[in-house]
Design a protein around this ligand. Sequence first.
Ligand SMILES: [Cu+2]
Length: 272
Amino acid sequence: MGSQSLKHCMPTPARFQVNRFWSLLFLLVPIAGVATFALAPHYNIWLPRDVSEHGHTIDSLFMFILWLTGIVFVGTHLALFYFSWKYEASHNRQAVQYTHGSHSLEVVWTILPAMTLLFIAIYQMDAWAVAKMRMPDLPPIVEVTGRQFNWDFRYPGTDGELHTRDDIIRTDGILYLPVDEEVLLRITSADVLHSFFLPNLRLKQDVIPGMRQSMWFKARQKGQFDIVCAELCGWGHYKMKGRVHFVTRAEFDAKLESFRKEQNRVRGEEGS
Ligand SMILES: [Cu+2]
């Protein structure tokens, strides 16, 4: 054996060795990852309750992508563990053989993810259309305005029109909407980018200054649920939260009537 080949057989210096401790640590990643997802529902840190008519399409899409990426994730980490274990330097004194790659392998691992992404793009089209494209032909029941750092709500008055004198304006972050009814919300921003997020309805809409966005849904359960801003909009972003109350149509009308009276009384007091 010549001195040149001997040099190739020398073990790598200790500090560069990927020893088997690290292989086991790599193995912990998929185990901990899978365990986290398996245990999350038992500790109530899973998706919040879905109370909307179409939320299940988003959830099933989410679960499909989670399974798909989960299997790939576990597979690649098991391969990473296997190779780092098998070829760990101190147990493997064979000289390293470098390769300039395999053209066909590269074609395969480019086409496979591309086809997978294309499949997801087509598979999700219906969920996207329901949530973002098939806007119902309804007058907006409320206009939501995002501002640093609050959600304001403007309901049309008795004339049914927005931006007229009898509008009812609420700035307490509490939104009332009727349950079991398709509703259309108009959404704007008074200043910067925000994002109007209703986790229990699986809906999120970016709010862009100068643009009018719309959101529509049908809530299937009464109750109070979170409104969150999902776009970092400044120092007070964290406190930009509200509540949506889904109530019956009669309760909704009564609530608006009480708001109207309150507003008229305040205006009367201001006028006198
Ligand atoms: Cu924000």
